[in-house]
Design a protein around this ligand. Structure first.
Ligand SMILES: [Cu+2]
Length: 243
């Protein structure tokens, strides 16, 4: 199990490795491919639909696995925009994500919307059903950081800006947090088809929401979650049991 962390908690080495891994997946064509995939399906089954959260979870997982092919220690960090609300935050330092604006022609234009507040997030976390939660999380909470960054991030090709993955890391974290707080709330289909729990995700017909509901089963946790250590018996106790 690996851990996704707030980008502020990354060491200098981890930040550097993450940046290198981003340049690597740009060079393989994956960044532009995922921007194209997101654009192709933009209005069909990946937004305003019960597949919004599962589809983006699958996208992040595939992106993360590609980063890990470059360096197995890399995980997707997240951007908590309830705290990091300024273009002068270290997120946008030239040594971190700032450099991609000119390197990849992203046309960022900060400030076109108001970033979500922690009060908005907590109200949304209090929703009791999946459909109400997902709809409120998608809009306005998920939408405004896209607009706030501007340029490519505010377009249908948003995954062309690497901050897309840190933003959706935060969205995915909020889904995971809500799931842990509402363990018995069922998946509720809504929006145009496909939207069912066992219906294929756009682009990846062998994957369904049911495959991605449990992020621990996908191999990762978030840094806010308690670490559950596996139970280990002392060696002597094990040998006594074997007598
Ligand atoms: Cu999207």
């Amino acid at each position: 199990m690996y851990t996704r962390k707030n980008y502020r908690k990354l060491t200098d080495l981890e930040r550097g490795t993450f940046v290198q891994a981003l340049f690597h997946v740009k060079s393989t064509g994956l960044v532009d491919h995922f921007a194209q995939v997101h654009s192709t399906h933009f209005t069909h089954g990946i937004h305003r639909n019960s597949h919004f959260l599962p589809w983006h979870r699958e996208l992040l997982l595939r992106f993360e696995h590609a980063l890990q092919e470059f360096d197995p220690s890399v995980t997707i960090p997240y951007w908590d925009w309830t705290v990091d609300r300024s273009p002068s935050d270290p997120l946008w330092a030239n040594s971190f994500l700032g450099q991609f604006n000119s390197a990849w022609g992203l046309g960022r234009a900060f400030g076109g919307a108001t970033l979500p507040t922690s009060q908005q997030v907590e109200t949304n976390q209090g929703q009791g059903t999946y459909d109400a939660f997902s709809q409120g999380l998608e809009s306005p909470i998920h939408g405004s950081p896209h607009i706030w960054v501007g340029g490519v991030m505010a377009s249908v090709r948003a995954p062309g800006d690497p901050v897309f993955y840190l933003h959706h890391g935060q969205i995915d974290l909020l889904w995971a947090r809500w799931q842990l707080a509402h363990p018995n709330a069922p998946f509720v289909p809504f929006g145009g088809t496909p939207n069912g729990l066992n219906e294929p995700l756009m682009e990846w017909p062998d994957r369904t929401p049911a495959d991605v509901l449990d992020h621990h089963a996908l191999g990762y946790r978030y840094d806010f979650e308690p670490v559950v250590e596996p139970v280990r018996f002392p060696l002597e106790a094990v040998s006594l049991l074997m007598l």
